[in-house]
Design a protein around this ligand. Structure first.
Ligand code: AMP
Length: 364
């Protein structure tokens, strides 16, 4: 079977790596001719609204999925008229707009930070009166890794934030003084079967994911079941097949939805070595109508992103339980170039291996 993937970044590359043992073949589509997945499968480069290129990509495929959530929903719908496309393009529409997304989760009965739409300076003043400070002003669309947003602590910062972001559809959110950020990755099959990985704890630096700890320390069955209920309700509502990720803020024992990703996710990379079936394999199983694999963990894992520059890595390969993934991308500040997952059967051994990893960075 040949699977087409819209988006050709590292997520697609790892999807192909998970699919080859199942005998699957891949073709990727990405606007950038040197996208990371292009090194390892058939590749079509073009703009997402170039229907000739999209047709060339789709010819002869058995199914289509995506690894990038800003694929235009119209392109996904166009393809869905011809071929099985999962997850449903409706999920793209929800995930691409923060206002639609937060409204969607509220309607399902889950909590989010307080929010209000902002389309004008008057709206911003009204939203600030309602929500108060501190708050976060964000673009509704095209924001990722902390881009397109401004934290407002003081009244004096409002004008600058408006100058930077105004003119586009915006959303104002209450700033949540969260204890920590958690996310859940789950898979839903074409037959409605459901499997979830445990909640993980994520640490961001300058808006970019730096580290994921799996499972989240101190995870309670109540938190896990709230998160599972949320992702499962979202999937049911959308008639979803594939992997979905939901990011939460944990605040005073509650989970507030921050955002969803209708795809495999950076906070699920640890599953490659740290779970019985990886998120990438489960995504492929789900979209192809195959039985889902066990999401049980194998011990304790920590995933660390390699951002901006790749450290000298030969020394770290000497650390037991360490798995290095390099994406074949050119270094650039703020760019995710690879990741390391360190696994162990108990938290103390994991701590020692992490220490050895940090020392290996200092030696390089
Ligand atoms: P986002 O692109 O919306 O996921 O935001 C990137 C990061 O900014 C999040 O992972 C949080 O660390 C922080 N952030 C976003 N929204 C809020 C909020 N409403 N309250 C507090 N921190 C936020």
């Amino acid at each position: 079977m040949k699977v087409g993937v819209l988006g050709g970044g590292q997520l697609g590359r790892m999807m192909a790596l998970a699919g080859y043992p199942l005998g699957l073949r891949f073709r990727f589509f990405d606007p950038s001719p040197d996208a990371a997945a292009g090194h390892m499968a058939e590749f079509v480069s073009g703009s997402y609204d170039d229907l000739d290129a999209v047709e060339r990509f789709a010819a002869g495929l058995d199914a289509i999925t995506y690894e990038f959530e800003n694929v235009p929903a119209e392109t996904a719908r166009y393809l869905a008229e011809r071929l099985p496309v999962h997850p449903t393009p409706a999920a793209l529409e929800v995930a691409q707009d923060r206002l639609i997304e937060k409204t969607f989760f509220r309607k399902l009965g889950f909590q989010t930070p307080a929010f209000a739409p902002v389309d004008s300076r008057n709206d911003l003043d009204a939203a600030l009166r309602e929500i108060g400070l501190p708050a976060v002003l964000k673009t509704r669309r095209d924001g990722y890794d902390g881009k397109g947003q401004a934290v407002l602590q003081h009244v004096a910062e409002i004008d600058t934030a408006w100058e930077q972001l105004g003119g586009r559809p915006l959303i104002l959110e209450a700033f949540v003084p969260f204890e920590r950020e958690l996310s859940i990755v789950a898979a839903r099959g074409l037959d409605g079967s459901f499997r979830a990985y445990p909640l993980v704890e994520n640490e961001h630096r300058a808006g970019i994911l730096g580290r994921t700890i799996a499972p989240a320390p101190g995870l309670t069955p109540e938190l896990q079941s709230t998160a599972e209920a949320c992702v499962s309700a979202a999937m049911m509502e959308l008639g979803y097949a594939g992997v979905m990720t939901i990011e939460f803020f944990e605040h005073q024992g509650r989970l507030l939805v921050n955002e969803m990703a209708p795809r495999v996710h950076n906070s699920g990379h640890w599953t490659i070595e740290g779970a019985e079936t990886s998120q990438f394999e489960n995504h492929l199983r789900a979209v192809l109508g195959l039985p889902l694999g066990s999401t049980a963990v194998r011990g304790y894992s920590t995933m660390l992103n390699l951002i901006g520059a790749t450290p000298e890595w030969s020394t770290m390969l000497g650390i037991d339980g360490l798995h290095l993934h390099l994406y074949g991308k050119d270094p650039r500040p703020g760019r995710k170039l690879g990741h390391v997952t360190i696994c162990a059967t108990d938290p103390t051994a994991l701590e020692e291996r992490l220490k050895a990893f940090v020392e290996s960075l200092h030696r390089s």
